[in-house]
Design a protein around this ligand. Structure first.
Ligand code: NAP
Length: 314
């Protein structure tokens, strides 16, 4: 048994370690566990004691094979399926018929949401475009088959799905919001280790199921965040970078042998944001109430910078 401070003192000469720690959810503790797992040949966390004194359930392997249903098998849905197939039996449905592609990965493809839910999935992950989210959730609820599943959204905005899920998903179901701050372009080998990920439990009755799901996501750099905080932050980060990338693409940037590092980074942003769909770009901006005011400030800043070239004395 080690207390939090003792955990810092574990040295590389150890061949293995089993311990209980306080507040495994903190960034520091996760970093310590990550470093420790790199230097010892055996590491087992027996339990953890968070700062609010509620004892966490130790991470356990699933007692039965768990089934995950993914709704929306587009660019991002395929990326999500690839990662979670290490932990779940995957079933998918989508507007388009992806039977062949899904089967080639060993996933079951269902032509509609009712069949997907009836197949017995316990985790329902929604990966459709932001603009179709409300329609898709309404259809899903109308199947009448949502009874006690964990419904997880992965939209790039968070206030919007929060309200829709809270208003429509039946009380017997649990709701978890997530946003992986990465995608197929920035994380090509489906290794989510260390990648930033936001989550927010909206309504949870089955804590064991949530704990298992979060134990998988703990390999990411996981941050619990209110939907409004998420949207305020991403309006200034993700929305601006997508807006700049889309705008720069209109210039038709090209590369040369004498490109500066800054210019190479700009080209990278332009390229990466072009790979995302127009739907995603529109959703990011139009379904985040903080995005357009920030973009207007940015455009005003561009205009002021341009004006300053005429007014600034050398
Ligand atoms: P997207 O263009 O935002 O969404 C494409 C997906 O939405 C496809 O599965 C598509 O189904 C489905 N879809 C579109 N319109 C639909 C409609 N009217 N009815 C039913 N389904 C519809 O591109 P994406 O990159 O795959 O993103 C999916 C979701 O993941 C978005 O909510 C996005 O915010 C989130 N996300 C994306 C990334 C990323 O890096 N791409 C990262 C984090 C989160 P079909 O393929 O069957 O047409």
């Amino acid at each position: 048994f080690f207390k939090q401070t003792t955990a810092y003192e574990i040295s590389a000469c150890l061949v293995g370690s089993e311990m209980c720690i306080r507040d495994r959810d903190s960034t520091n503790q996760r970093q310590i566990l990550h470093n420790l797992s790199g230097i010892v040949s055996h590491l087992k966390v027996l339990g953890s004691y968070p700062t609010d004194s509620t004892i966490h359930i130790p991470i356990t392997e699933p007692t039965q094979h768990r089934r995950m249903g993914i709704i929306g098998f587009g660019n991002f849905g395929q990326f999500v399926a690839k990662f979670f197939s290490k932990y779940f039996q995957i079933s998918v449905t989508s507007r388009t018929d992806y039977t062949q592609l899904a089967n080639s990965y060993g996933y079951d493809f269902y032509p509609n949401m009712a069949d997907l839910i009836t197949s017995g999935v316990d985790y329902v992950v929604i990966c459709v475009s932001i603009s179709s989210f409300q329609t898709v959730v309404t259809k899903l609820v109308k199947t009448g088959l949502l009874t006690n599943q964990l419904v997880i959204d992965m939209l790039s905005v968070k206030e919007y799905p929060y309200q829709i899920l809270l208003d429509t998903v039946p009380n017997g179901c649990d709701i978890l919001l997530t946003h992986p701050m990465f995608g197929p372009d920035s994380c090509q080998d489906a290794n989510w280790s260390g990648q930033p990920m936001v989550y927010y439990p909206v309504r949870i009755t089955n804590s064991e199921r949530l704990t298992y799901f979060l134990s998988i996501l703990h390999q990411c750099q996981l941050t619990k965040m209110m939907p409004s905080t998420h949207d305020k932050i991403t309006a200034r980060s993700q929305c601006i970078s997508h807006f700049v990338g889309r705008s720069l693409s209109k210039l038709g940037l090209s590369t040369s042998q004498i490109d500066t590092l800054s210019y190479q980074k700009l080209c990278h942003v332009t390229q990466v944001t072009q790979n995302d769909s127009q739907d995603l770009f529109h959703g990011l901006i139009n379904y985040n109430q903080y995005a357009k005011p920030i973009i207007r400030n940015f455009v005003q800043g561009v205009s002021q910078t341009l004006d300053s070239l005429d007014t600034t004395q050398p």
